[in-house]
Ligand binder design. Structure first.
Ligand code: ADP
Ligand code: DP6
Ligand code: CO
Length: 377
C-alpha cells in the first residue's frame, strides 16, 4: 500500500559515442503500484480530459506484488520519442501518451550537474527526445488495472527526469489524462477520485482518504482466472455503456453518491461487514451495467461467477462477511480478507476448490516430471 517511488536515478551515465559532442544519457527508473476500485469508475463525461460521471474509491496495492516499473531516458543521441511496453515497441501517437508527455514537458525545469558536465535548459526539453521502457509484473489489459499503474508510473518517472516541481496532486491530474484510474495510483492506502464539476477538470482530483497503515489487518489476494488480454478495453467498454445503458445513468446519479459516503464511513471506522457488502454490491452492479450495455460486455467468466458464489456462501455461513470480492473490467478476482487468519483459510480453500490449471495460453505444461502437450488434452 505504497505510493510510487524512484528506484534508480542515474544522472549523466556517460556514453562513449565518438563524434558526439553531448554524449550523455540521463535516466530515471520508477515503480508504481496498481489500485483496485471498491466503488467503481465507469463512464466519462469528457473523453479527452478523462472526467468521470461519478466519484470512485480504490485501494492501492503493495507494489512488491503488482506493479509497473518504468525507465525513462533522455539523450541528445535519441532522434524521436519511443516506448517499449513489456519488451515490445508501442506507438506513442495516441492522444493519451501525447497529453501526458506534453503536460510534463511544459512543466520541465533546467538541470545542471557541473561535475558530470550536464546542463539542460528549460527550453531544451522541447527538443530532446525520450526512450521509455515499461514492464508490468502482472497481466496487462486483463482487468488488473495495468493502465492505472502504467500511467501513474510514466508520469511520475517523467516528472522526476525532467525536474518537474509540481506536487503529487498535479501529477495525479496529469496521470488521469493517461487513464482515469491512474490518478488514484499516485497515492497509497485508500483513495477517492472526486469527479468534480468544472468543465476543464480542475476539480477532478484524487485524494487520500486513509494511509496504508490505517487498516493493515486487511489482506488482498488476487486470483488470476485468466491472464488473456480482454476483448473490450475499459475505455471502449465504458463509452458503449454511457451511450446505451440506462442502468449506468441510474447508478451514477442515484446509487454511487450514497455508496461513496457509506464506503468512506466504513473505511474510517474499519467496519469490515459494511466495507465488504458495499464492495461486493458495487462490483456486481458494475458488471450488471456491462450486461445492460448494447451489445452486452462480458468481463467475468464462469470461474469468476463460481468464485462469487463461493464467497457469498462462505459469508452467509459465517453470519458476517469474512471476505469481500471485487472484479474490475476482466475475469480476475480481487479478494479482500478481513485479517491474516481468514486470508490463510481463503488461500487454502481457493487452492482446493479452484486448483491452478496450466496456463491456457501455453502450448505445454509441466506436471511432476512430465511435459504435457496441451493439444494432447
Ligand atoms: P487494464 O484493466 O489492465 O487497466 P485497460 O483496458 O484499462 O486494461 O488498459 C490497457 C492499456 O493500458 C494497454 O493496452 C496500454 O495501452 C496501457 N498500459 C498498460 N500498461 C502500461 C504501462 N506499463 N505503461 C503505459 N501504458 C500501459
Ligand atoms: C473497471 O481507468 O482503465 O477498473 O480512463 O478509459 O483509461 P480509462 O479507463 P480505466 O477504467 C477503469 C475501470 C475499472 C474501475 C475503476 O478502476 O474504478
Ligand atoms: Co485500466
Amino acid at each position: 500500500l505504497l505510493q510510487p517511488k524512484v528506484i534508480i536515478e542515474l544522472i549523466g551515465n556517460s556514453l562513449e559515442m565518438a563524434g558526439k559532442q553531448q554524449n550523455w544519457v540521463l535516466m530515471v527508473t520508477a515503480q508504481s503500484p496498481t489500485n483496485i476500485a471498491v466503488i467503481k469508475y465507469w463512464g466519462k463525461r469528457d473523453e479527452t480530459l478523462i472526467l468521470p460521471i461519478n466519484d470512485s474509491i480504490s485501494v492501492t496495492l503493495d507494489p512488491e506484488h503488482l506493479c509497473t516499473t518504468t525507465t525513462v531516458a533522455v539523450s541528445p543521441s535519441f532522434d524521436k520519442d519511443r516506448m517499449w511496453l513489456n519488451g515490445k515497441e508501442i506507438s506513442l501517437s495516441g492522444g493519451r501518451y501525447q497529453n501526458c508527455l506534453r503536460e510534463i514537458r511544459g512543466r520541465a525545469s533546467s538541470i545542471e550537474d557541473e561535475e558530470k558536465g550536464i546542463r539542460i535548459q528549460k527550453q531544451d526539453w522541447e527538443k530532446l527526445h525520450l526512450h521509455i521502457a515499461s514492464y508490468n509484473n502482472f497481466p496487462t489489459a486483463a482487468g488488473l488495472a495495468s493502465s492505472a499503474a502504467g500511467f501513474a508510473c510514466l508520469v511520475f518517472a517523467l516528472a522526476k527526469l525532467m525536474n518537474v516541481k509540481e506536487d503529487q496532486g498535479k501529477l495525479s491530474a496529469i496521470a488521469r489524462q493517461g487513464s482515469g484510474s491512474a490518478c488514484r495510483s499516485l497515492y497509497g492506502g485508500f483513495v477517492k477520485w472526486v469527479m468534480g464539476n468544472d468543465v476543464n477538470g480542475s476539480d477532478s482530483t484524487a485524494i487520500q482518504l486513509a494511509s496504508e497503515t490505517h487498516w493493515d489487518d486487511l489482506v488482498i489476494i488476487i486470483a488470476v482466472v485468466s491472464s488473456r488480454q480482454k476483448e473490450t478495453s475499459s475505455t471502449s467498454g465504458m463509452r458503449e455503456s454511457v451511450e446505451t445503458s440506462a442502468l449506468l445513468h441510474h447508478r451514477s446519479k442515484e446509487v454511487v453518491p450514497k455508496r461513496i459516503l457509506q464506503m468512506e464511513e466504513a473505511i474510517r471506522t474499519r467496519d469490515f461487514p459494511s466495507f465488504a457488502r458495499l464492495a461486493c454490491v458495487d462490483s456486481n452492479q458494475f458488471h450488471a451495467v456491462c450486461l445492460d450495455t448494447s451489445p452486452p460486455i462480458f468481463y467475468m467468466n464462469d470461474t469468476s461467477h463460481r468464485i462469487i458464489n463461493y464467497m457469498e456462501k462462505w459469508n452467509r455461513f459465517e453470519g458476517t462477511p469474512q471476505v469481500a470480492y471485487t472484479f474490475d473490467a476482466g475475469p480476475n478476482a480481487v479478494l479482500i480478507a478481513r485479517n491474516r487468519e481468514v486470508a490463510s483459510l481463503l488461500l487454502q480453500r481457493l487452492l482446493f476448490f479452484f486448483p491452478p490449471l496450466p496456463d491456457t495460453d501455453m502450448d505445454s505444461y509441466v506436471l511432476g516430471d512430465k511435459t504435457i502437450l496441451k493439444d494432447a488434452g
